[in-house]
Design a protein around this ligand. Structure first.
Ligand SMILES: [Zn+2]
Length: 116
């Protein structure tokens, strides 16, 4: 057998009825794969594809939430506020004013325990 022939033989074994899944690495019948783009089959078998889609879906769904409320403030500001609260010298109202925060928002943060 020439090299070319060997290559061709290999190719035909690969394109025979079994295909290796990139997910579970099992050699599976081609019917266990869905078609991807064009005529090529998906790299993952149906089972892995479903799993993959599930995981992917879970990862994608929760949009990255921007920090908001107290946590959205500059680190330094957060520290200062905490120090002021702990210091107990200024009322919450005054602290809120000092940092240009709406007092009600500020109370809400305190109640929710977001300030710590
Ligand atoms: Zn698989």
């Amino acid at each position: 057998m020439t090299q070319e022939e060997t290559q061709m033989a290999n190719d035909s074994t690969q394109s025979a009825d079994l295909k290796k899944c990139i997910g579970c690495a099992k050699e599976l019948p081609r019917t266990e794969f869905w078609k991807g783009r064009g005529n090529s089959l998906q790299g993952r078998c149906k089972k892995c594809h479903v799993e993959f889609r599930k995981q992917y879906g879970f990862k994608r769904k929760p949009k990255e939430r921007k920090p908001h409320g107290f946590k959205a403030l500059e680190d330094e500001t957060q520290k200062e506020i905490i120090e002021l609260i702990n210091g107990g010298e200024l009322s919450k109202n005054k602290i809120a004013q000092k940092f240009n925060i709406h007092p009600q928002t500020f109370y809400y943060w305190c109640r929710k325990g977001t300030i710590h």
